[in-house]
Design a protein around this ligand. Sequence first.
Ligand code: GLY
Length: 429
Amino acid sequence: MNVLILGGGGREHAIAWALSRSEQDPKPKLIVAPGNAGTAKLGRNVTDLDIEDPQAVVRYAVGQCIDLVVVGPEAPLVAGVVDALEEEGIRTLGPSAAAARLEGSKSFAKDVMRRAGVPTGEWAEFTEEDAALAYLEETGAPVVVKADGLAAGKGVTVAMDLAGAREAVHECFSGRFGEAGHKVVIEEYLEGQEVSLLALTDGVFLVPLAPAQDHKRAFDGDTGPNTGGMGCYSPVPVVDEEAFAKMAQALAAVVWQMADDGNPYRGVLYGGFILTEDGPKVLEFNARLGDPESQVVLPRLRSDLLELVLATVEGRLAHAEPEWSDDVAVTVVLASGGYPGAYQTGKAIEGLHHAEEVPGVTVFHAGTRESEAASLTTAGRVLNVTALAPTFEEARERAYEAVDRIKFEGMHYRTDIGRRAIVQQHGQS
Ligand code: GLY
């Protein structure tokens, strides 16, 4: 079976790694576009395919006899890549462009949640700056201001005071985010821990994966600017059975609402939840696997990922029950100097093999490319050092021992990834 994975980050390396461990005979052949130095070791990288051009992806998939496509990032989903592939009869993991609006439009997601009765923060939406500013005078702060569309992860501001909220509204309407900022959602600030729950869905049945907790701020102690994620762990001790069931119910309610609306949602549904005093509430949806969530969730999956993906795209999830390792997973992101601000690339990475000699450790590549002499850095987030172990204490020890063995100029990382899980286990949240 020829499998094409779209994307080139840590998530896509983790997907390729999990698919490469499939027990299917013969083993799937993996092609990753554009891929990175890590995926190059598991299959073939294709660097000249525009993965946001639906017709280019279809032409490539037909030409290469691709049997299955797994879409990593959101941009190809919103561009309609899944629709084009499915029209051609190529099985694809990911929602249609219309269903991917759950991620692509905050107001669309809120409307679906309202009609599905899913708990989420109070909100209002605006297409005029003056009306949005007037509403802020009513809500006060803290408050969350979101550009409605996709803004490369920069369109959401958690404003702790009114001046910051006004500035965020102005920024959206100033055109900085293009189309994405033409509509603004102003939302209640929810207090509590943030948890990600991802699920596979065939449009009717839903199979939740293991929960994970991301570390979004750049520096230790959850300080500094927001990033794409500096580390993650799974499972999440603060998520008890009741919270897990409520989060899974919320995802299922959305899937059923989308089916009722005649806009079925198939693929991966990612719920970002806040565990409030009144129970889990949805902060946002993503239409894909999370990054760096995938780098801790997939290594804990004992079942065959290829089987699960095929069951999803073929509408056979009713009887799927993934098995999970009892081990916990912690991943530490190694970033380029300066990230999430300006950073340099092209730095040689040393010590990768030595790092993977630490028991339980896998290094997922994110922003790397192969050169003759070494792997080189190509992006802000460079590597994800993932460790599996029976306890969070051991997983942290293993991950950081491996981190100590890796070097590239300017490398920085958080030293407290997974510490929160240990605190949660001791009953403080
Ligand atoms: N972990 C955040 C994301 O995947 O968007």
